[in-house]
Design a protein around this ligand. Structure first.
Ligand SMILES: Cc1cc2nc3c(=O)[nH]c(=O)nc-3n(C[C@H](O)[C@H](O)[C@H](O)COP(=O)(O)OP(=O)(O)OC[C@H]3O[C@@H](n4cnc5c(N)ncnc54)[C@H](O)[C@@H]3O)c2cc1C
Length: 475
């Protein structure tokens, strides 16, 4: 247990709800800090007392555990009051941000500049640091591709910088020798107190290519998406094959839940196009040609993101493509008017596996989901984010009614598909508080013991986020 006088603020009453219906964790206290020195102080005190800490940036890890630690008995280390944009380098296009800096805050600091932020479709008040540490995906690219460096407080209280960020907070780019930046993504090796994030150069034009299809056309559409993903269009947007709603075949409609925006009759392909106008014209032509081979295309259009009117269904997607974060897509999906989502009527679980970018794997993934949806009489939404020419980050969203029976079914569905996907060779790329501690065992890679050694070195008392991926290795 931490001594109260060693910390800035202890709040035992902070709301601990969870949109995912996970088993509530027993939280000792919530400690809010607003400087690196305070983080060091709290970590040293925790190490001395052997009291585990669970760091959060803005605590909106919705669908994966929200603010709950992975295990019982932690003190939540709330970093949301660390809101400094320490550096905004508009010449070289990067920012050094603290954990409490939100998408809205950085996007507004960039207004009118030559740079913009790659934004997610989660709430505008979610963090950049927490999202990067969870390997999140933005509208334009994966967050991990723009995560350049970290400043970290280790479990010993020492400060470490990675990726060419020096001890004085200046960023030089990655210098000679090994670099540990990605070791802090999806791990519990330390508390991240700052991050260097690469910004997106504001292009001459931004458009959205948007096509809708009958769900039966999925296999043919997957083929085209694979071709486009491998071709590498002369634009930088992240293609998403999305809105694939799978509902139980023979169950009454009131036995499962769907997001407010669901249309199970259509799936869509959304590709933000960012670049010079002539590059966009070329991409648009390539996409249009590729899509002609897909039967049952319902529509194809391109929209200028700058001029999409507010009442248009693609308005919020257009804002996001322009680097303007918006809570609208989250709120519309959950049917709520603000982002206090912990008590919404609709609960929400996420499952995120990595799928090789080929038609056979994508079809297999959907087949597994379709059968599981029937077995658990629970609907879900599937999305493929084409993050590279090699793989897709799949996002499976399971919406369910907030009652004990639906919660059990939704969690059983996620547990089962996680196992089936792992057996099919589709491991998880982003986990949740129930499964994070066993992800490495599923991976079965030879690095587990050395990673445990690193944990023992950086966090010898095991106080940073126990249960979040790494444990000290038993040799
Ligand atoms: C409808 C909906 C849409 C969504 N859309 C997207 C999307 O488009 N893209 C996307 O990526 N996600 C999306 N999400 C998921 C989620 O809301 C976001 O990823 C969000 O950014 C995570 O919350 P956060 O930034 O507050 O991170 P936090 O909850 O603060 O952090 C996430 C985890 O990282 C660890 N952590 C956080 N900060 C630190 C630190 N400083 N040091 C060490 N460890 C730390 C903790 O274990 C924590 O649990 C969506 C969720 C919903 C419900």
């Amino acid at each position: 247990m931490l001594e109260a006088d060693q910390i800035l603020k202890v709040d035992h009453s902070i709301h601990q709800g969870d949109i995912g219906g996970h088993r509530p964790r027993d939280v000792v206290a919530t400690v809010t800090v607003d400087s690196v020195e305070q983080v060091q102080e709290v970590v040293r005190a925790a190490a001395q007392a052997g009291a585990p800490l669970y760091p959060l940036s803005t605590g909106a890890n919705w669908g994966m555990g929200s603010r709950f630690p992975a295990v019982d008995g932690c003190t939540v280390l709330d970093l949301s009051a660390m809101t400094r944009v320490r550096v905004l380098d508009l010449e070289h296009g990067y920012a050094v941000v603290e954990p409490g800096v939100t998408q809205a805050q950085l996007a507004s600091a960039l207004e009118g500049s030559a740079w913009m932020l790659n934004v997610t479709s989660s709430c505008a008040d979610t963090s950049i640091v927490g999202n990067a540490l969870e390997r999140g995906d933005g509208t334009v690219r994966s967050r991990v591709r723009e995560t350049l460096a970290f400043e970290v407080v280790l479990g010993t209280g020492e400060l470490l910088t990675t990726g060419g960020l020096d001890g004085r907070g200046r960023y030089h780019g990655t210098v000679a020798g090994p670099d540990l930046t990605t070791a802090f993504v999806e791990s519990n090796l330390g508390v991240v107190t700052a991050m260097v994030v690469s910004l997106v150069r504001r292009p001459e034009a931004i458009e959205l290519a948007h096509a809708c299809f009958e769900p039966d056309a999925f296999a043919e559409l997957a083929e085209v998406v694979v071709r486009l993903g491998r071709a590498g269009l002369p634009t930088v947007g992240l293609p998403r094959l999305r809105d694939f709603f799978l509902v139980p075949s023979d169950a009454p409609a009131d036995s499962y839940a769907l997001p407010g925006t669901a249309d199970p009759q259509q799936l869509s392909l959304l590709i933000p196009l960012l670049g010079r106008r002539e590059e966009i014209r070329l991409s648009e032509r390539l996409i249009r040609e590729a899509l002609t081979s897909v039967p049952d295309a319902v529509s194809f259009r391109t929209l200028d993101a700058e001029t999409v009117p507010a009442e248009h269904p693609m308005y919020y997607r257009a804002l996001m493509a322009r680097g303007i974060p918006t809570c609208a897509s989250l709120r519309r999906g959950l049917g709520v008017s603000d982002c206090q989502v912990e008590d919404t009527a609709l609960a929400w679980l996420m499952f995120m596996p990595l799928i090789p970018l080929d038609r056979e794997s994508m079809v297999r993934a959907v087949d597994i989901l379709r059968q599981a949806v029937d077995r658990h009489t629970t609907a879900l939404t599937a999305e493929f984010n084409i993050v590279s020419p090699h793989v897709a980050n799949m996002v499976v969203q399971i919406a369910f009614g907030r009652n004990p029976e639906s919660t059990v079914r939704a969690h059983a569905l996620r547990d089962e598909i996680r196992t089936l996907f792992a057996e099919a060779g589709f491991p998880t790329y982003r986990s949740n508080i129930d499964h994070a501690s066993s992800e490495l065992a599923i991976r079965q890679d030879a690095l587990i013991a050395p990673l445990g050694d690193l944990k023992a070195l950086f966090d010898p008392h095991g106080v940073i986020a126990p249960g979040r991926y790494l444990t000290t290795a038993a040799r």
